[in-house]
Ligand binder design. Sequence first.
Ligand code: SF4
Length: 260
Amino acid sequence: MNTHSTKAQLFASLTAYLQDLQESGLDGIPADLATLKETDTAQQPAAIPKQSIESKMTEELNTPEIHETLEQIRKSLGPCQRCKLGATRKNLVFGVGNPKARLVFVGEGPGADEDAQGEPFVGDAGKMLNRIIAAMELKREDVYICNVVKCRPPQNRPPESDEVSTCSPFLLRQLQSVKPEVIVALGTSAAQALLQTKIPISKMRGKFHDFHGMPLMPTYHPSYLLRTGGNSDSFWSVWDDMTQVLQYLKLPVPNKSRNK
Ligand code: SF4
C-alpha cells in the first residue's frame, strides 16, 4: 500500500469515527468536519484533535455522561463501508444477547455461517461457545456476544490492523453501552486487538487483564477447541478461565470431572 492511500484510508477512518462521536453528542468536534473531503489534506491538522484515536476512544469509554443504546450504535453504523471488509460481506454482524449483560464474549470476526445469518457464533464454533456457556449454567440470552470486526474477512483470514482500527471504535461503544462486569476475549486476534499486544494467547489466558477499567479474561477460541477435542488440555484450560470468571461474578461454579 502506498503512503498516499494509507494516509487517505487513515483519514477516512478517522473522519468516520469523529462523525460518529459527533452524532453521539461528544463535545469538541469541529462543526465543519462533515464538509471535509478526503483530498482536502490541507485542512487535516486543523480538523483532527491532537489526541490519538486510542486516547479518544479511552476518553469516550470513560465518559459517564455519554450513554448510547445498542440500537443507536447499530444505527450509526448504517450500511457500513468504512473498511474494505464491507465490500465482500453478506450481512453485517453487530452482536446479540442481553443489552445489560454482566458478561460479554468478544470474538475475532464473523465466519461463513455468521455472515449468512447476520448473528455471531452460530456455526460449529458457536455451538462450542453455547456448550461453554451452558457448562457455566448460563443461557446464551444472559450474555452479550460480539466480534472485533463486524464483517467477515475473506477466506476467514484474521482481520488486518486497518480493519481492526476502523471497526473497533464501534465495539468500544458497544462495551460502553452494555457495561459488563467481565469481558472474555475469545482467541488470539480478539485478545491482541483489545489489549493492544502481540503476546500469544497461551501466555495471556488464565489471568485477568485491565481493559479500560473492566476485567478482561483472554481464553482460547471455541474453534481451537473443536480442533483439539472436547476433553483436551485446552478445553480444560478454558474451563479454568471460565471458573475464574464465575468466581469474579460471584456465581456458583459447577463441579466438572475431568475424564483423563
Ligand atoms: S468491518 Fe466494521 S468498519 Fe469494516 S465495513 Fe464492516 S462494520 Fe464497517
